[in-house]
Design a protein around this ligand. Structure first.
Ligand code: FAD
Ligand code: FES
Length: 274
């Protein structure tokens, strides 16, 4: 049996339930697993099934945190578990974001909805290594109440290198307190309109639903970012995570193994991957 197919036990260390149906589970696998932001693990619940998830934080002291949305059968079963319960974990899988490409460049991070979870891990990695210039984060959510990590992002906006801007699709009034964070009602793509940045010195990462990719990736290229410096992370139904079952194939590539992070340059050659 391939060891990548054998889950190792992991204990649920803590559960942060502050955002309804988007709880943050911090897990301690029996053997530590190193993960680059954008890579993923497969979480299994005995007798129920498994699902892929990316971390929303850097791995610290063997702990892996993920913001997991209650979506269907397996994530629902996870929500019935408590701190101290055991689950299974396999990984790491996939390629992750190319962190070295951000060195000496500015970063333009664009997240929609739950895409803020893996984006937070990337943001933390860029802040930690201190090699990236200005970091701009544009984050859009449906409603003010579903903005994830809001207080943390608001406090980051006081950081001289970080420019955070929120958008919410629907709201009667803008959410407060937003501190130094500009917040608009509208789509996250609208935040690009008055953004002042140097596209030739910028690497961009986009995380969110396919609808976001369809409108933003080519727009970034039109703004002057080279397609090889625009990255998006794709989601597909996964099984093995190692390129053996063919469940995740899209545009002729294995999303689990060749991705899930692809540059726009690569995506242009992957018909109907988005
Ligand atoms: C690389 C990767 C990283 C991910 N990171 C996260 C994360 O950080 N947090 C998080 O909450 N979720 C994440 N997901 C999505 C997560 O894997 C699915 O929500 C999960 O599989 C749902 O399982 P379920 O059994 O609860 O739902 P199911 O009962 O299987 O499905 C419920 C609904 O969700 C749809 N669905 C299920 N899986 C996917 C998928 N992979 N892509 C699109 N639609 C799907 C189904 O078609 C159905 O409509 C990630 C997926 C991938 C591939
Ligand atoms: S999940 Fe099996 S080949 Fe990708």
């Amino acid at each position: 049996m391939n060891h990548a197919l054998l889950p190792i036990p992991a204990v649920i260390d803590t559960i942060d339930r502050s955002v309804i149906n988007n709880h943050i589970f911090t897990l301690r696998p029996e053997q530590s697993i190193e993960l680059v932001p954008g890579q993923f693990v497969e979480i299994s619940i005995p007798g129920v099934g498994s699902f892929p998830v990316s971390p929303c934080d850097l791995v610290r002291e063997g702990l892996i945190s993920s913001c997991i949305r209650r979506t269907g059968r397996v994530t629902e079963a996870l929500y019935y578990l408590e701190e101290g319960d055991l689950i299974g974990m396999r990984g790491p899988f996939g390629n992750g974001f190319p962190l070295s490409m951000f060195t000496g460049q500015d970063a333009l991070l664009i997240a929609g909805g739950l895409g803020m979870a893996p984006m937070r891990a990337l943001l933390k990695a860029l802040l930690d290594n201190g090699q990236t210039g200005r970091i701009i984060l544009l984050y859009g959510s449906r409603q003010p109440e579903t903005l994830l990590f809001r207080d943390e992002l608001v406090s980051l906006a006081g950081h001289s290198r970080v420019d955070v801007r929120f958008s919410v699709d629907f709201a009667e009034i803008l959410p407060g307190p937003c501190g130094d964070v500009l917040c608009r009602i509208g789509l996250v793509t609208e935040l690009l309109a008055d953004l002042d940045f140097n596209p030739r010195k910028t690497v961009s990462a986009v995380c969110g639903p396919p609808a976001l990719y369809r409108c933003v990736l080519e727009e970034l290229a039109l703004m002057g970012l080279p397609p090889a410096k625009i990255f998006a992370t794709l989601e597909r139904r996964m099984r093995c995570g190692i390129g053996e079952c063919c469940h995740c194939v899209a545009g002729g590539r294995y999303i689990c193994k060749d991705g899930p992070v692809f540059s726009l340059e690569a995506l242009r050659g992957m018909a109907e991957a988005i």
